[in-house]
Design a protein around this ligand. Structure first.
Ligand SMILES: [Zn+2]
Length: 323
């Protein structure tokens, strides 16, 4: 089942039907009322789109328009970042591997997750390379990010015939300018507080959280597993306009702290050894690219980083220089 958020439905209905947003909302309300409130606004929007002959879930081929649940998607873009391949063991003892990379087009950036032999393609990739992906499945990961998963039947073509769009420029914002819907924006600031890392047990195969059942760790999909550890680190960032909590998962946490996975996992059993890092990072300047998320529990905005860079003072000064 493909889930499309209501604002996206409205945008597409508006674009394809030529009606105003007000007219569409009125139709949705009328439909809900005529069905005695038995359907949601999203459900009503699906009915309205059928009545208007608008195909809501047709893929535009742009990364921004990918939706969790879409199958057989095609993406034409350029590699922006390549991550390591991870090997893991299945419950039956057989081995597997998974790796990922980021691809961007002029509408956004998305993570491509390669399973099994598809992970081999990662060896050939480097930043800037054009490619065409076909046969991908869109899923939403635990952090609410869309990912495109490739299996044995998917294809990665490294010499596409079509013209490949350039990756859209990432917009820089001050912390005060950030809004709840911001995605792929860059922020820069000074680290003013570092919190203890949080660890959680994940399935080594699919990376989702595992539950402890009668002394065993169990994945909903893969059964009893020997858990792997994932982690996140939160820091407070200040850029002079505002301060904000930045959440760094796994790879991003490793980059910020300049630690390997082994070193990170060691802090779980020896949390005291993390203490010096909390002061070492204070006053350091970093750039982060990511998206804004509303933490509904604390009613505040947070920034989920998917790229971390140490800020280069010379580069920043050059940006300010009018010449
Ligand atoms: Zn699993």
């Amino acid at each position: 089942m493909i889930r499309m958020p209501l604002p996206d439905m409205l945008a597409r209905l508006k674009e394809k039907s030529g009606l105003s947003e007000q007219d569409i909302l009125a139709k949705i309300d009328a439909k809900c009322a005529s069905l005695s409130g038995l359907i949601s606004k999203e459900g009503a929007a699906h009915i309205i789109s059928n009545e208007l002959g608008v195909k809501l879930l047709e893929s535009s081929g742009k990364i921004r328009d990918l939706l969790p649940g879409m199958r057989n998607v095609e993406i034409l873009g350029r590699v922006t970042q390549v991550f390591d391949v991870r090997e893991f063991q299945r419950a039956d003892g057989s081995g597997g591997k998974v790796g990922s990379f980021l691809v961007g087009d002029d509408s956004g950036i998305v993570r491509i997750v390669c399973w099994g032999t598809q992970a081999e393609v990662l060896r050939q990739l480097s930043a800037g390379m054009p490619l065409k992906i076909s046969g991908g499945l869109v899923r939403e990961n635990q952090r609410g990010y869309k990912e495109v998963h490739l299996n044995e039947a998917s294809r990665v073509n490294l010499s596409p015939q079509e013209p490949v769009p350039e990756v859209g420029k990432v917009q820089r914002k001050t912390l005060r300018e950030l809004q709840e819907s911001d995605d792929q924006v860059e922020i820069m600031g000074t680290v003013v507080q570092v919190f203890d890392p949080k660890f959680f047990e994940v399935c080594p195969q699919c990376n989702t959280r595992v539950k402890e059942v009668e002394g065993h760790w169990s994945c909903g999909e893969h059964g009893t597993v020997v858990p792997d550890y994932s982690y996140l680190v939160n820091v407070f960032l200040d850029d002079g306009t505002e301060n904000l909590r930045v959440v760094l998962f796994r790879n991003q946490a490793e980059k910020l702290l300049d630690k390997t996975k082994e070193q990170m996992v060691a802090y779980r059993v020896a949390p005291d050894s993390f203490e010096p890092l909390k002061t070492e990072l204070l006053g350091e300047q970093f750039k982060f690219v990511g998206r804004v998320k509303k933490n509904t529990f604390f009613d505040r905005l947070e920034f989920i980083a998917n790229q971390v860079k140490k800020a280069n003072a010379d580069e920043e000064l050059a940006k300010l220089d009018p010449q």
